[in-house]
Write a protein that binds this ligand. Structure first.
Ligand code: GAP
Length: 513
């Protein structure tokens, strides 16, 4: 079996080769941690955004969507705490001169121990066969419980030191664990320092009058500052939500892992405004709702898990991540945060404007509490793309590369292929494209033998190939080939639209939630 690094390399090269993701400004050797979405990537990204928007805004009567500007008044970021507290702890290796996030070095260390646990499990599963009880093994095997204890105590200590801003202890932990620089292999570390992640820019024509601005590091603040406008103009009653998707910017210290951690990325966030005191209940509801949304895409429940935060962000009283099994292990895909009245309260204080809700049922005014769900669109893209990319052994001892994207998200729903480039078959195929294009993204492809065209569509992730052959001229039928099973069916041309619609319709996918 290929190792994690090889699989990840394959994901990155496949994304480039098949027109999904390119490095930004590649002709100038690229820009670190900035990427462009290509012709297929832009479609996949749009479909993921749409799948989220429909689930959030269209299917919930009490959630509306907005589109706030990237630039915001600079006091926003003072009030939100980002100017003072949106920092990452960084550490340099004096020999390699490489800079790292101190917490990531420690988390990578625990991830390696987790890998050892997974190896022990795999070994034991092989040894015990059907009689293997994984839960019991994890709870009782002395080597595994020792590993787990090491992970737990390390992460607990890291969480505590970060919460207490005890950066000396973070360095001490790195030294005690014997963590070495992946480049120089040495333990020659500097002290740990805080580094603010916001990008600054200027607004205004002349240097004297220019105003210092930040590029927003999260979309959420655009929602908080519009809370009262939306509540009043939309006549919203608590509990209600405001959703939005849009770009966010962070000057990440460790910008690696392709589109997992970028400097410019897109978020899909929803702030749910609630009565103070009900936050625990709503936090649990949104954790469950969001997990159901993920599972509706059929990417395997074993690939998701919750991770409750030890270290809480400056605004939260509870927080959990939905983690996904990326090619480099389980990592954060989405955050669910109980943000209390931190943000609205702070904006009230800094703006001097009341941001309160009058609750008619209770006959009182209050600053609402907020539970937020926040997912990175690019991270979701990587989850979908990497999970879908598969190498399959076929019966005739050959292999095929297939991108088994959930059909609802696939950039192109069908390819229409005339078996040969003559005998009137291209004309029929073009007519089918002209009929289908009103409802779906479809492509026409006549180049190469049909088998090669099937492989090409498998690799790009197209769920259906519609082949026009000589029989089509006789009886107005075509074959439909299904990407995942490679099965072919003979169907009437008149039925093709309905068959595709049944498989790609958002309603049936979201209906699984
Ligand atoms: N408003 C809350 C917030 O921004 P966060 O945990 O910092 O919370 C939310 O970010 C999500 O945004 C993450 O779960 C991740 O999916 C995505 N995200 C954060 N930083 C990112 C980056 N540098 N590149 C890509 N996605 C990122």
């Amino acid at each position: 079996m290929a190792n994690q690094e090889d699989i990840f390399k394959k994901v990155i090269s496949h994304a480039k080769e098949y027109g999904y993701v390119f490095q930004s400004s590649e002709i100038y050797d690229g820009l670190s941690a900035v990427y462009d979405y290509a012709q297929n990537g832009a479609e996949l990204k749009k479909n993921i955004r749409e799948y989220w928007w429909r689930a959030m805004v269209q299917l919930n009567e009490n959630i509306v969507g907005i589109d706030a500007a990237i630039f915001m008044h600079p006091t926003t970021w003072k009030a939100s705490g980002h100017v003072d507290a949106f920092n990452d702890p960084l550490i340099d290796n004096k020999d390699s001169k490489k800079r790292y996030r101190a917490d990531v070095l420690i988390e990578d260390y625990t991830a390696k121990i987790e890998g050892k646990i997974e190896k022990e499990v795999a070994k034991a599963a092989k040894r015990f066969g059907d009689a293997f009880d994984q839960e019991q093994f994890l709870a009782t095997n002395p080597r595994v419980t020792d590993y787990q204890k090491k992970i737990d105590t390390t992460l607990k200590r890291l969480g505590k030191s970060l919460e207490n801003e005890d950066l000396a202890d973070v360095k001490a932990l790195i030294e005690e664990l014997g963590i070495v620089c992946p480049v120089s292999g040495s333990k020659n570390w500097t002290d740990v320092k805080q580094f603010n992640l916001m990008f600054g820019t200027k607004l205004g024509a002349s240097a004297e009058s220019a105003m210092d601005l930040y590029l927003r590091p999260e979309t959420a603040q655009g929602i908080f500052v519009n809370f009262l406008n939306v509540q009043k103009t939309g006549r919203m009653k608590i509990p209600f939500g405001i959703a939005q998707t849009g770009k966010a910017f962070r000057n990440e210290i460790v910008a690696r892992q392709f589109i997992f951690r970028m400097r410019e990325f897109e978020q899909m966030e929803m702030q749910f405004f609630i009565k103070p005191g009900t936050q625990q209940e709503w936090y649990e509801i949104w954790k469950e709702n969001r997990m159901k949304w993920h599972l509706s895409l059929g990417m395997g429940s074993e690939n998701y898990r919750f991770h409750d935060h030890e270290k809480l962000a400056h605004y939260a009283d509870a927080a959990a991540d939905i983690e996904f099994r990326f090619p480099f292990g389980f990592k954060e895909l989405e955050g669910i945060h109980s943000r209390t009245d931190f943000d609205l309260g702070a904006h009230e204080k800094y703006s001097g404007k009341k941001l309160q809700y009058f609750d008619h049922a209770e006959n009182e005014s209050y600053v609402p509490y907020v539970v937020e769900t926040s997912i990175g669109l690019d991270r979701m893209f990587l989850a979908v793309f990497s999970n879908s990319l598969q190498e399959e052994e076929l019966e005739n001892n050959t292999t095929r590369t297939v991108l088994k994207l959930p059909a609802v998200l696939a950039p192109t729903k069908a390819a229409v292929l005339p078996l040969v480039k003559k005998d009137g078959l291209p004309e029929i195929a073009h007519q089918i494209v002209d009929d289908l294009k009103w409802d779906f993204n479809v492509v026409y492809d006549e180049k190469d033998a049909v088998g090669r065209r099937y492989r090409r569509q498998d690799a790009v992730g197209t769920p259906f190939c519609i082949t026009v052959d000589h029989q089509s001229k006789e009886d107005n039928t075509v074959t439909i080939r299904h990407r995942d099973t490679m099965e072919q069916q003979r169907v009437a041309i008149a039925d093709v639209n309905r068959m595709i619609a049944k498989e790609v319709d958002m309603k049936s996918w979201l209906g699984k939630m």
